[in-house]
Structures are given as C-alpha cells and as structure tokens.
Design a protein around this ligand. Structure first.
Ligand code: ACM
Ligand code: ZN
Length: 781
C-alpha cells in the first residue's frame, strides 16, 4: 500500500467550504477524507498529516470544572469502545487533555489532534461541543466493535463556535406519545448535532401529557382519547381505529428528562398551549371553556373551537399549572402556544363580551392579547419569560414576549421591528412533518413538501431586517408535529437527515452558495449515514435516487436525469428500449415510435443509480405525455406561492402529471386566493380540440377546486373564442375537461382564466380565510 500522503489544505479553502482533499489511505477500510467530516461543519478545520492512535488505556488529564463532561466522555468511551481512562497530572503524559481557555467565546472550543488530543474551552458547554466533534472524528465502524485495541484519529485542528444562540428541535407528544427512553435518544441526537434547545409540545386537543399535581384529572382524563383517526384527514369517509390511546409523563419522568438534557447542555422548553388547542384540558375541566359543557378529547386533527374562556377561574388554573411547570423546568422560557385559537366561543360568551367592554378591548384579537399578557405578567413575576407562536402578535404583543414565527417570516419581521426576540420556524423550511420526497410510497404525512436541500438553504434572518433588528433573531428550530407520526421509527424517518441540515444552518450559519455548499454537505452526509446506521437511527435516504426533469431550449424538449451525490453512474431506458449510460440531457421530441396513449405520444423513462457497480436507491420511472402544449411557452399572471412552486410555471406544461395523493410535489402548483390567468403560446399555429386540467380538493387543508374556469382561444385569423367550463365535484382530484369545436382551426394562443374558489365557508377548517387553488398539468390535445 502506498505511503500516506495528505495534501495540506489552506484555512481559506476550508473557510470557503471547499474541503475536498484527495487522499490515499493505508487501509482499505479507513477513508481519510470521510474521517474528517463533521456535521454541523465547524467554522475552521485544518487537516494535518497522518493519524493519532489512541490505545485502550487512555491517560487523561482534565480539571474539576469540567467534571460533568469528563464523566460524559469517559462513560462514552467505556460504553462504546470498552476503553479505560487513567488520570494523570502531567500534560506531557496525557493522551487526552481538556483545558480551560478564557479567550474562547461561550460555546466555542478548540480541538487539536496531533501527538495527543486536546480540547480547550472557556465553558462546560464549549467543551461538550468539542467532545461531540471528537466523537464524530472517531471512525464509526469502531462504534459497534467493542473489541478494538486502539482507534485512529485523523490529525486536525478545529476551531469552532456557533452562528446562532438558539438551535433547536421541537417535538409534539400530544398527537402521539413517545416514551421517556425515546425522548432521551432524541436528546442524544440533538446533542450530537450541537443543538441546545428541545421544545417539548406537551399539551394539545388530542391529549394532555404532563402530570400536574393540583389537577389530577388532566392526566386521569385528558391524557386519553377514545380513538384516533387513521389514514389522512382528507380521506372520505374518515376512519377511526376504535382504540383508546393515551400516555403522560409523571413529574419524576420530567425531572429525569430535564436532568438528562441538562447534562447535554440542552434546555428543555415546555409548551403549555393556550387559549386554543385546549380541548383535552376542557374535557377534564369543562368549567375552563366558555360553555361549561363536556367535550371529548379530540380524536382527529385540526383546529377546534373549544378554547379557554378568559375568566378568573381559568387564570387561577393556568397560574397554578404554570407554577408547577416552572418549578420542573429550569428553562428561562416557557412556551404558551397562542396559535390557532378560533374566537367563535368568545364571540357568543356573555362573560367574554362583558370583559371586553370592561377592559375597553375592541375585538376578540385584543381579548387574546389580554389573555396572553395576563399570563406573561404572572410568568415574568416568577422570573420566567414567554415564547408564543406568531398569532400572539394579533391584538398587540405582550410586552416581553419572544415570538416563534411559523406562518412564514412576517411575524418575525413585525416582532423584531418592535424590538422583540424571535425564533424562526417557518413552515416553508422548518416543518419536518411535511413530505421530504415526492414518491407515492412515502409514509403518509400531513402534506407539504420540504426536501433536505430546502432546509439546508434556509436563512433564518429575514432579508427585511436591518442589522440591528436582525440581532433579535435568536436562531431557528425544526418542528415535528406528530398527527401522522405514531412510531419512533417513523419519527426518525421524518427527522433525519433534515435535522442535520437544520443543525448546519444554525451552527455553521446559512449558506452563501447553496449549490456548492450543499454538495459539500452531501459529501459529509453520505458517510454520516453509516454512522446513523450504527446509532440505529431510522433516517430517510434519498441520496441515491434519480430526479428527472423536462427542460426546453429553443423550442426543443429535453429530458435531464440527476442524482444528488457525486461519483455515481446513471443508467436509463426509454419505452423499455436498450439501457443506456446517461451522459447528458437527451432530446425527447427526437425519440421515435412512441406508444400512443389517449392519442398523446407517451414516453416512459426508467432509470437507476449505481455506486461502485451496484444498484443503489430506488428504481426511477417517469411518464411524459407529449401533448400539444409541451413544446409551447407558458406565462402566468401571478407567481405560485413559494411553498408550492417547486416545479415552477413550466410544471403546467411539462407532460408530467402530479401525484394523485399529494399536492406538495413538484408538479402541482399552489396559489393562495389568487385568480389565475395562464397563457400558453404555441411555437406555430396548432390544431386543438380538447383542454383538460386537474385541481386538488383537500378542504381540511384549505384547498378548493374552483367553481369554473374559462378558455380564451386566439385563432390564427385573429378571432377569439371563449368557452366556460363548470366544475361541480368534491372528489379529491378533479379532472376537468373542455371539449372544443375548433378541429378545423389553428390556434396561436390559449388563455385559461381560473378564478379562486374564494373565502372558505363557515363550518369548514380555515373558515373565513382565502381558499387555495392547486392546479396540475394543462393538457392540450
Ligand atoms: C403550528 O404549527 N400550529 C404552530
Ligand atoms: Zn368565554
């Protein structure tokens, strides 16, 4: 085997994120490049030459101050590798040395591996993060082999500190309950990724999950529901499992989890929802609601009208609950929810209306503000601060509140401009309960589409903030709502690898060059997946899959294939003809003898990725219906909503149909309340006799097909035909076809006018809000 030669790379290249050294390795199992990979990427990493070998009996020097970290690390090495620590007083004798360095920032550390391993930090936190990086430098294949006599570490110098102060993950344990052991594993994973906040969503309509001594019915009654919705909320009819479901954490459990997290420098922020998402609590104590009537613990998902009534006894209840919560959680923050609280009950409640008059409150939004401010005042008096979802801005923000911005970033912008701190969790980049891939066989999720790359590309600081305001952006977090996540395996599938991308955003800072940095991230993620195998994390792996796309150039239509990671081979076939190696985009219009389907030429493209000669990832298949608009130009009067625009306007005429079960893929386009005008211009006058398109109905998620649409057709002779098509269907996918009497005419341009459905009617989810329009392919025959 060749002697090791490692190219020393300059600090500059590392800082630019261009860590791409080539290397040879002295054993086939040791990949030097991969061995220096750390997620989240450190601020600086310089590789040295060769390895440092650590033996089974480690001579170790540290100080008392790092006591908790000393035992964390020595336990880790003992449990994972069977290595023993022997303490020494002498720096020169130590193989591992932990040192205090007052020049480093609070969470920063300096790790060097040369003739020994040294970690320097100013605080216990900083040292802990140094240990996490060191663990990642530990070759993962050893982590399952307790019998090794020594391990080799690459020689490196790492100088590191985080970009954001708040780095978090959320977990909803109300919709589904996760046991203490799993919560600890989740915390371990957060620690591995240098996250420092765990936002624990403990109460909601579907279950109250924390023991409160003064109110035993919260766990006797409100921790259980009669049954649970199965399948998707949009399924018609909705089905239920008929099984009682429940669970809660005792105060002892909570203390255990808080202590476990604290040893890992993670603050546990409890969320106690109010005034909405409280149907479970009102089930246990009906007097907390406006009507006083008994309601069940919710058995399906959504927003419910049973909310806390702002009366004296409710505030007494909440203050007592929050006093117990505050005593259990050392966190400076308590999250009080505040989201999605319908005002229906308050509007018809005599107490609420009188209270508004007494306090001079103009509307129910101001009553909500009064509610939150009352709670804030109490928590502030006990030394705590509140965090609330961005709805707490409505009717006026409580004076000291921190805002968690989830409905995009407008809430954050408004709050930061008012001088309040904000934490970013916009649905667009932070909702890991959304689909991460568009395949039909992904586990059922709530909806949406949030692929890994989009998380990686997140910039928590909204561009609208000036540098002074931007200081109020404490950081960001990934949210995991568990309506559709009932097992820990599925939870890990949704969390990983997106949690790694979020960790990189908040620790390493947002990328300034998405394509390049994402490639670098994937280069580190690929070996990290083997580490997650060893850790038994059920992550999603979409790294070896193929993506196909129709692209147009000079009125010609091409098909491109790509796969996210480098160094793979792609093989494909069209209409089951010969298998070819993919080298560049191929022209679809040049393909011969297509199968005719519905009179439309159809191309079926199959493909597969190969790694070192072996098939990896999933089999790829895409079908292109080469209808008459595929090589046309398309324009649209409004941009699709950024959250539902993955395929862009071209997706309207690319020959590819959207999913029959999801609207979050890159074929469906979503518009929120806009009337649409889609203009299709043909490269040459074209005979057309049928136009069809599809709309998505998912009323639970505010999606409504329009009531009608119109086609305006400009003929070659300049005359214009206008034709209206009615829609009267509540099918999930509405296929709307318009037959034309224009067989003998040539068409230059076609305009589709699609009015929005309008405002969501009373009695439906999202009543009073604008409905979404989701449209798929516009097929022209
Ligand atoms: C939320 O997703 N309702 C905060
Ligand atoms: Zn009331």
């Amino acid at each position: 085997m060749a002697k090791k030669t490692f190219r020393k790379i300059s600090l500059l290249l590392v800082l630019l994120g261009l860590l791409s050294i080539t290397s040879c390795s002295d054993t086939s199992s040791f990949d030097y490049v991969a061995s220096t990979h750390i997620i989240p990427a450190p601020k600086q990493l310089v590789t040295g030459e060769g390895f440092f070998t650590l033996d089974k009996n480690i001579s170790f020097k540290s100080i008392e101050y790092f006591g908790s970290e000393n035992s964390y690390f020595s336990n880790y090495m003992q449990q994972k590798l069977g290595f023993n620590f022997e303490t020494t007083n002498r720096d020169d004798k130590a193989q591992i040395l932990f040192k205090r360095n007052n020049n480093l920032v609070e969470e920063g550390y300096l790790l060097s591996i040369d003739q020994k391993i040294t970690i320097e930090a100013n605080t216990q936190k900083g040292l802990f993060y140094g240990i996490q990086s060191l663990i990642q430098l530990l070759p993962f294949e050893h982590l399952q082999a307790l019998k090794v006599k020594s391990v080799k570490f690459p020689r490196v110098i790492v100088k590191d500190e985080p970009k954001f102060k708040y780095r978090g993950m959320h977990l909803d344990v109300s919709r589904h309950f996760f046991p203490v052991e799993f919560i600890k594993e989740y915390i371990d994973h957060l620690a591995m990724l240098k996250m420092n906040n765990f936002h624990w969503h403990l109460t909601d309509d579907q279950g109250w999950r924390i023991e409160i001594k003064q109110y035993p019915e919260l766990t006797n009654k409100a921790a259980n529901r009669q049954e649970t919705l199965i399948g998707h909320y949009n399924d018609s009819p909705q089905e239920f499992d008929g099984k009682r479901y429940g669970g809660f954490y005792t105060q002892e459990d909570v203390k255990e989890i808080v202590a476990y997290a604290s040893q890992r420098h993670i603050t546990v922020i409890p969320e106690i929802e109010m005034p909405g998402h409280t149907q479970a609590a009102i089930h246990a104590y009906p007097e907390l609601g406006c009507t006083g009537l008994q309601v069940p613990v919710a058995t399906k998902w959504g927003v419910f009208e049973e909310v806390f009534c702002p009366k004296e006894e409710t505030f007494t209840f909440l203050k007592n609950v929050l006093d117990e919560v505050a005593a259990l959680f050392p966190s400076e923050y308590i999250h009080i929810g505040g989201d999605e609280a319908p005002k229906t009950r308050w509007k018809s409640c005599a107490h609420c209306q009188n209270l508004m008059k007494d306090k001079g409150l103009k509307n129910e939004e101001e009553l909500q503000s009064h509610f939150i401010t009352t709670i804030e005042k109490h928590l502030n008096s006990t030394g705590k601060k509140i965090i609330g979802w961005d709805e707490i801005l409505e009717g006026g923000l409580a004076p000291n509140a921190t805002v968690m911005s989830w409905r995009g970033s407008n809430g954050a912008i408004e709050a930061a401009k008012e001088g309040h701190d904000v934490i970013m969790t916009p649905t667009s980049h932070s909702y890991f309960d959304y689909y991460q891939a568009t395949y039909e066989d992904e586990p059922t999720a709530i909806g949406g589409y949030l692929p890994l790359k989009k998380v990686f590309g997140f910039n928590p600081v909204p561009a609208e903030l000036n540098p002074e305001e931007a200081k109020h952006v404490l950081g960001a977090q990934g949210n995991i709502w568990t309506e559709y996540i009932s097992t820990s395996d599925q939870l890990e599938y949704m969390a990983f690898p997106r949690m790694l991308a979020m960790a990189e955003v908040v620790w390493s800072g947002p990328t300034k060059n998405l394509e390049e940095d994402y490639d670098n991230f994937l280069e580190r993620l690929e070996p990290f997946m083997e580490r997650m195998d060893v850790l038994d994390i059920n992550y999603a792996n979409h790294l070896f899959n193929l993506e196909g796309a129709v692209v147009k150039e000079n009125n010609e239509v091409f098909y491109t294939l790509s796969t996210p990671t480098k160094g793979k081979e792609i093989r494909y076939s069209v209409n089951d003809k010969k298998k070819l190696k993919y080298v560049k985009p191929f022209k679809i219009s040049a393909l011969t003898s297509p199968e005719a389907a519905k009179g439309i030429p159809q191309y079926v493209i199959n493909g597969q990725v190969y790694k070192k000669g072996a098939a990896v990832g999933r089999k790829f298949s895409d079908t292109i219906d080469y209808h008459k608009a595929v090589n046309a130009q398309v324009a649209i009067n409004v941009e699709p909503h950024p959250a539902y625009s993955a395929g862009g306007k071209e997706a309207l005429i690319n020959g590819v149909n959207g999913s029959n079960t999801r609207f979050g893929d890159k074929e469906w386009l979503g518009f929120w309340g806009d009337d649409l005008e889609i203009t299709i211009t043909f490269p040459e006058p074209t005979k057309i006799n049928k136009i069809s398109t599809r709309f998505y109905n998912a009323n639970g998620q505010w999606l409504y097909a329009p009531n009608n649409w119109r086609a305006i057709i400009t003929l070659e002779n300049g005359s214009i035909l206008s034709n209206k098509q009615m829609i009267n269907s509540d099918e999930q996918i509405v296929l709307s076809e318009m037959k034309l009497d224009t067989k003998s005419y040539l068409t230059k341009q076609l305009v589709l006018r699609i009015p929005s459905y309008g405002i969501i009617p009373d009695g439906y989810q999202g009543a009073g809000n604008k409905a979404w329009t989701f449209i798929d392919e516009v097929i022209v025959e």
